[in-house]
Design a protein around this ligand. Structure first.
Ligand code: DP6
Length: 399
C-alpha cells in the first residue's frame, strides 16, 4: 500500500548492500586518473557483509528539487566529482537501454535523486572503505533505473577498488588495454563458497589517521617510484597468474606467502616514492614479525598478513588456526579494558597456548595497541534489500 502511494506521488526507491574487499595482489597506481584506469591488474577477497557492509537507499521523485546525499545520517556535498561520475554513467546506460524514447512506465531520468548511505561498522575504525560505498551506490542506482548489466566499470569511476566489491568471493580487476576503459573491469575468479575454511581477522588498531589518502599517494608513487613501474610491468603479471592458481587449488601456503609478499612490495613502493609515504607503523611491523614467528614455530604458513593504506592489519588464515592465533594476539596486545568485546564478528573458540609456543612467539606485550579483532570470512557481492522497512529514506524522501 505504501509503495503504491509512493508511486502515485512519483517516488521510486531502491536499497542495496555491498561488501568491503581486501586485495591480495594490490592496486597502486593509475594510468588515467580521470577514468580511474590502473597500471596493473589486482585481485581481492570480498569480505562477508554480516560483519562489514554499506547500505544505500536511492530515491527519485519529480518533487525533488535537487540531488542530495547523506552519509551516516549527515548531509554531504553531492557534487563530488566521483559521485557525479557514477550518477552520470548509470543514467547514460539507462538512457541507452531505453533507446532514447522515454517510456512512461519507467522512471524518468530527469528526476532529481536523494541518496542515503551508512556503514554497519564505525567509520572511526579506519575500515571505511570507499569501495563498499561506491559499489553500493552503483548497485542501488542500477536497481532504481532497472539496469541489469554488469556495472563494475561504473563502480570503478567512484573508486578503483570499488569495482572489485561488485562481486563476491575472489575477484580480479583486469587492468584492460583500451584508453576508454571499457575493458578495465572486475571478474569473479571463484565464488565465496569455493574455499569454505578461509577466514579473515581484521586487527583494528587504536587511533591514528592515515597520513596520505590512496588517491594522492598512488599518484605520487606513479610519478616518482621506479620500483612501482617494475612492479606493474614485471612482478604483478607473474603474481596474478600464481595467485589465481593458489586460489583455484585452495593452497593456503602459496596464497598466504604471496599475499604477504605483495603487501610488503606495495609498502616498499611507498618507501620508494619520493618524498616517501609511510603507511606501516611500528605496530604493523610488530604484527608482521609476530606472524612470521608464529608461522616459523609451526613450520608452515598458518597466518598471512596484508596492509592497505592505513594502519589496520588484515590476517588471512584457516578456521582451524583462528582460536589459537586470536589467543596469540590477545597475549601480545592485552586489551586495555576488561577484554569485553575484544573479539567481534564470527564466534571464536578458546585455545590454550603451549609453553613452547609462548616462548617462541610472544615477546614483550604491548597493552591496548590492538583495539579489537573482527573475525569474518569471504562473502557474497552486493545484495538487493527487498524489505521496504529497511530503506534509509522515508516516504517523504528524507532520512
Ligand atoms: C592500497 O581504490 O582507494 O587499498 O582508485 O583513488 O579511489 P582510488 O583508490 P583506492 O585504492 C586502494 C588501494 C589499496 C590497494 C587495493 O585495494 O588494491
Amino acid at each position: 500500500v505504501e509503495a503504491a502511494m509512493a508511486a502515485e506521488r512519483g517516488l521510486s526507491m531502491a536499497t542495496c548492500t555491498a561488501p568491503v574487499n581486501i586485495a591480495v595482489i594490490k592496486y597502486w597506481g593509475k594510468r588515467d586518473t580521470d577514468l580511474i584506469l590502473p597500471i596493473n591488474s589486482s585481485l581481492s577477497v570480498t569480505l562477508h557483509q554480516d560483519q562489514l557492509k554499506t547500505t544505500t537507499t536511492v530515491a527519485a521523485s519529480r518533487d525533488f528539487t535537487e540531488d542530495r546525499l547523506w552519509l551516516n545520517g549527515k548531509e554531504v556535498d553531492v557534487g563530488q566529482p566521483r559521485v557525479q561520475a557514477c550518477l552520470r554513467e548509470v543514467r547514460r546506460l539507462a538512457r541507452k537501454r531505453r533507446g532514447g524514447g522515454e517510456d512512461t512506465a519507467t522512471l524518468s531520468l530527469s528526476y532529481k535523486i536523494h541518496i542515503a548511505s551508512e556503514n554497519n561498522f564505525p567509520t572511526a575504525a579506519g575500515l571505511a572503505s570507499s569501495a563498499a560505498g561506491y559499489a553500493c551506490l552503483v548497485s542501488a542506482l542500477a536497481r532504481l533505473y532497472g539496469l541489469e548489466e554488469e556495472l563494475s566499470e561504473v563502480a570503478r569511476r567512484g573508486s578503483g577498488s570499488a569495482c572489485r566489491s561488485m562481486f563476491g568471493g575472489f575477484v580480479q580487476w583486469q587492468r584492460g588495454e583500451r584508453p576508454d576503459g571499457t575493458d578495465s573491469l572486475a571478474l569473479q575468479v571463484a565464488p565465496e563458497t569455493h574455499w569454505p575454511e578461509l577466514r579473515v581477522l581484521v586487527l583494528v588498531v587504536s587511533g591514528e589517521k592515515k597520513p596520505v589518502g590512496s588517491t594522492m599517494g598512488m599518484q605520487s608513487s606513479v610519478e616518482t617510484s621506479p620500483l612501482l613501474k617494475h612492479r606493474a610491468e614485471v612482478v604483478v603479471p607473474e603474481r596474478l597468474a600464481q595467485m589465481m592458481r593458489h586460489i583455484r587449488e585452495r593452497d593456503f601456503e602459496g596464497f598466504g606467502q604471496l599475499a604477504m609478499r605483495d603487501s610488503n612490495q606495495f609498502h616498499a613502493t611507498c618507501l620508494d616514492t619520493f618524498p616517501p609515504i609511510f603507511y606501516l607503523t611500528d605496530l604493523s611491523r610488530h604484527i608482521i614479525a609476530l606472524a612470521h614467528r608464529y608461522n616459523a614455530h609451526h613450520g608452515r604458513t598458518k597466518v598471512a598478513y596484508t596492509f592497505d593504506a592505513g594502519p589496520n592489519a588484515v590476517i588471512f588464515t584457516l578456521d582451524e588456526a583462528v582460536a589459537e592465533f586470536v589467543e596469540v594476539v590477545r597475549r601480545s596486545f592485552p586489551p586495555a579494558t576488561n577484554g569485553d568485546q575484544f573479539v567481534r564478528g564470527l564466534p571464536v573458540g578458546s585455545a590454550a597456548l603451549s609453553q613452547e609456543l609462548v616462548a617462541a612467539v610472544i615477546t614483550e606485550p604491548v597493552p591496548g595497541a590492538v583495539q579489537y579483532i573482527l573475525h569474518t570470512k569471504p562473502g557474497p557481492g552486493p545484495q538487493l534489500v527487498d524489505d521496504p522497512s529497511q530503506h534509509l529514506l522515508g516516504a517523504d524522501g528524507l532520512p
